[in-house]
Design a protein. Structure first.
Length: 141
């Protein structure tokens, strides 16, 4: 819902192309890359990533009986995963929401963060790269 509202707002401000759903502003793109990079380096990102990386551990340690308990566990774990990846998904507005290559690149970053042993380091490295690219976009344009 937040992404839909963001898309609607960006279109209304003429900051998002309705044809390919990419940002029309290099400044906005730079700010999104910078924000994503900085978030990748925060303790909140690290905490969410650690929980999201191990669903089995979450289930074992947060077990609730019944359908209502399962729903609460799912919502709770989903919030951790959302906290882990929300800002990376916002980068879809920069590369294009319908750009399958861009979607695959972001999905690969999330996959490495979540499944590979050095995933926490991948988040930090990608954070630094995103910050660097955001600064570049902001200073060149």
């Amino acid at each position: 819902m937040a992404a839909t509202l963001g898309q609607w707002g960006l279109e209304r401000l003429a900051l998002l192309s309705p044809m390919d759903m990419t940002t029309t502003s290099a400044r906005l793109g730079g700010l999104l890359f910078l924000a994503a990079g900085l978030y990748q380096l925060t303790p909140l990102k690290r905490a969410c990533l650690l929980v999201c990386r191990s669903p089995f551990d979450f289930v074992v340690n947060h077990w609730r009986d019944g359908a209502g308990g399962a729903l609460r566990m799912g919502l709770s774990h989903g919030l951790y995963c959302l906290g882990c990846c929300w800002i990376l998904m916002a980068l879809l507005f920069v590369g294009g929401v319908m750009n399958l290559v861009w979607v695959a690149v972001l999905a690969a970053v999330v996959l490495v963060e979540k499944l590979f042993p050095l995933g926490v380091w991948m988040a930090r490295i990608s954070g630094l790269l995103l910050v660097g690219y955001g600064v570049r976009l902001l200073t060149v344009n």
